[in-house]
Design a protein around this ligand. Structure first.
Ligand SMILES: NC(=O)c1ccc[n+]([C@@H]2O[C@H](COP(=O)([O-])OP(=O)(O)OC[C@H]3O[C@@H](n4cnc5c(N)ncnc54)[C@H](O)[C@@H]3O)[C@@H](O)[C@H]2O)c1
Length: 349
């Protein structure tokens, strides 16, 4: 049996740059469209303990010859004991032999592939001349979202951060963002093709915290929502025509970040129709019969047709709930690069 490559967070950060992850995630969406990418039903379990859950997402990328699964655990009490709230593993297998190929730190990979998902949304739907980005949420995922957006929106001048429950955190986070982003870029500089370009873009951006969400929403060209909110935070009346939204935070039943009345007014794209309409941001608009599944298009259709939006007169939404093809494609790239660069540990099972 071939050896299993084990990659910890440090290796993942060295092996995967945001630009490449955006490419493989887009490819994963496209493969779902043409049938060469398959996802299997998600498993979700809430533990009896206070605020702890786990989910398993799995799928198969036929053209890459890999299939696999991610098991991600979230234990909210861990922060009291100095442990990370989010932890997990992604396993990928060789589709010719069934042999395990890679075991990867899933928390590190999740940040990158989720940032890349938001970036694919903006790459295909947002006005490439967008100047103002608003991020709603200043937690674990937020910096990855900012980095993803900077990769695909070359004319960004302003990045505003809004934390719905902790305005001090938004101020601290916005102040630290240039360093956080530059650190992420430098971690993967050996494999990245656009280090200088992205550093240059970051140096030209004004990063700030905002406390007035109505004003910030009205002034934004692109908005990313990335919180575990269960109540809408952005109202339809605040969204100006031409705005693109990436809704990332809602990935379970009951979560909601934006007014469901935005959906009938917008062109709606999702990663997976079944998942987005049951656990994504789209769930509420569907439950309230404001839209039907036929109003929702998978983003893989645009990727596969290489067709970017060119009509910026209305509102666009990309609702990303997170699918296994993102994890498997990114893990596959990490393992391939680790073999080439002799990084990580190779284990005989
Ligand atoms: N779509 C995907 O693929 C994907 C991937 C990873 C995480 N997520 C989801 O993204 C969300 C954010 O993840 P994270 O790891 O950055 O979370 P986090 O807990 O690190 O940060 C969340 C941010 O939201 C704020 N917040 C916390 N509770 C809130 C509430 N009830 N209402 C509004 N704001 C609140 C926090 O102050 C913080 O700014 C979660 O819902 C997570 O499940 C989605």
């Amino acid at each position: 049996m071939s050896k299993l490559k084990v990659l910890n967070a440090e290796s993942i950060n060295k092996l995967l740059d945001m630009g490449s992850v955006i490419d493989v995630v887009a490819h994963g969406y496209g493969s779902k469209e043409d049938g060469s990418g398959v996802i299997w039903p998600m498993i979700y379990y809430e533990f009896e303990t206070d605020k702890a859950d786990m989910d398993i997402r799995s799928g198969y990328l036929k053209n890459q010859g890999v299939y696999g699964a991610k098991l991600l655990s979230w234990f909210s009490g861990n922060s009291n004991n100095g442990l990370p709230e989010l932890s997990g593993t992604t396993m990928i297998y060789d589709a010719k032999t069934g042999s395990p190929k890679g075991l990867v730190n899933a928390a590190a990979l999740t940040g990158l592939r989720t940032g890349a998902a938001g970036a694919v949304g903006s790459k295909y739907l947002a006005n490439p001349k967008s100047h103002k980005l608003l991020i709603v949420g200043a937690g674990n995922q937020a910096a990855f979202q900012v980095l993803g957006q900077i990769n695909v929106l070359p004319e960004l001048t302003d990045v505003s951060i809004y934390d719905p429950i902790d305005s001090d955190n938004a101020v601290k986070f916005a102040g630290n963002l240039p360093d956080i982003l530059n650190q992420k870029i430098m971690n993967s500089e050996k494999v990245s093709k656009n280090v200088a370009e992205i550093k240059n873009r970051i140096s030209k951006i004004n990063f700030s915290a905002v406390s007035n969400i109505e004003e910030a929403t009205k002034g934004a060209d692109v908005i990313v929502t990335v919180t575990p909110s269960t109540k809408p935070m952005l109202k339809l009346a605040w969204i100006t025509p031409g705005t693109h939204l990436n809704t990332i935070g809602a990935d379970m039943e009951g979560k909601q970040e934006v007014d469901e009345n935005i959906f009938p007014q917008a062109k709606v794209f999702v990663d997976d129709v079944t998942q987005a309409t049951s656990v994504g941001e789209t769930q509420t608009a569907i439950k309230k019969n404001l839209i039907t599944k036929s109003d929702v298009t998978e983003i893989g259709k645009l990727v596969k047709a290489n067709k970017k939006n060119t009509d910026f007169s209305g509102i666009t939404i990309f609702d990303s709930t997170g699918i296994a093809l993102q994890d498997i494609s990114a893990a596959g790239l990490a393992v391939q690069r680790a073999d080439q660069l002799n990084l990580g540990e190779s284990v005989d099972l």
